[in-house]
Design a protein around this ligand. Structure first.
Ligand SMILES: [Zn+2]
Length: 329
């Protein structure tokens, strides 16, 4: 199965549904209500459906496309029940295209761009779509600790948000927004495995308790930790077999052998380019979803766009109740 943007745009809605079903249920339908595999697909026969009957009885048409009936519990369900696609009014094909677009754009895609590309009626619909897909890209924190088997994990924080630094070119416009601590930007902590995966999320404060908790919750005890010399990390080395090494950035010491934070700097560079280049403005309450999106693409940077898209679609399983009505400002 290939799910590049070109592949998806060639699909009819019927084929898009079949594709979605194959991804969700590679071994046949599973009832989302009771877990039974004894389900049959209800065929919808358009020729037998009469709108008059529906109006008279007040019932929705009995056999919607893609509807299944479970023999275990007797409930009906469709392939989108219990996923982020549930209750969406958009065609499945549109969803798959949006997945393909977000999974292949290294620097991210703005809702406006997605709206234009998919011909969506409203910015709001595009905005919701983007955020639901970001949610599908989020992973459980305990889905594998970082640095297993004595790997190296780089930990750092960055300050993200506010206005772009060069609004109208470096020499024009308002003064560049300030960087770093003490500004209105939101601190984001990231943990990046060398040659591996990344985890990133916004935090309230960059203090010792926050950063050490982050490390303890996400890093395997066998790992080696590399950070800058910020003293909030002090003492963490004793808890990890590989110890803790630091890079002194203030003295322009960027690397000492393999003690460097180049990997995590690459990760933050990508996230910042996305936030300032593609999204222009990201409000603090939504920043965590952008972090999910960039970590997801980072973790799967070595697979094809199609494989990444399929992974993201699978991630939409069981994530229906995600957030209350996010409103873009
Ligand atoms: Zn059932």
């Amino acid at each position: 199965m290939s799910l590049t943007l070109t592949d998806v745009s060639d699909l009819t809605e019927e084929q898009a549904r079949e594709t979605f079903e194959r991804i969700r249920w590679p071994n046949g339908p599973i009832c989302p209500h009771c877990g039974s595999v004894e389900a049959i697909r209800l065929e919808w026969k358009p020729e037998t459906w009469k709108p008059e009957t529906e109006l008279k009885t007040g019932k929705r048409r009995a056999h919607r496309v893609g509807l299944h009936k479970c023999h275990g519990c007797g409930e009906q369900f469709s392939s989108t029940t219990g996923t982020i696609l549930e209750q969406s009014h958009l065609p499945i094909r549109t969803w798959l295209m949006a997945f393909a677009i977000l999974c292949s754009a290294k620097k991210g895609v703005s809702a406006l761009q997605l709206q234009r590309q998919l011909g969506l009626g409203s910015y709001r619909a595009a905005w919701h779509l983007c955020h639901r897909i970001r949610h599908a890209m989020s992973r459980e924190p305990l889905a594998g600790l970082l640095g297993q088997g004595g790997g190296t994990v780089e930990v750092d924080e960055a300050y993200i948000g506010g206005k772009p630094r060069h609004p109208q070119g470096p020499s024009k416009g308002p003064k560049h927004s300030r960087r770093g601590r003490g500004t209105k930007k939101t601190p984001v902590v990231a943990l990046v495995e060398r040659d591996g995966r990344a985890r990133a999320w916004p935090v309230k404060h960059v203090d010792s308790a926050t950063l050490k908790t982050a490390i303890r919750e996400h890093v395997d005890p066998s790992a080696r930790i590399v950070t800058d010399e910020l003293n909030v990390y002090q003492g963490i080395g004793a808890e990890f077999k590989g110890g803790h090494e630091t890079v002194n950035h203030s003295e322009r010491e960027y690397a000492r052998g393999d003690v460097n934070t180049n990997t995590i700097e690459g990760f933050f560079a990508l996230l910042k380019r996305g936030v300032y280049g593609s999204f222009h403005h990201v409000s603090p309450q939504h920043l965590h979803r952008y972090c999910h999106e960039f970590s997801f693409r980072w973790d799967l940077r070595k697979v094809t766009d199609s494989e990444r898209t399929i992974e993201a679609i699978k991630g939409g399983e069981g994530k229906r109740l995600m957030y209350r009505n996010p409103i873009a400002k």
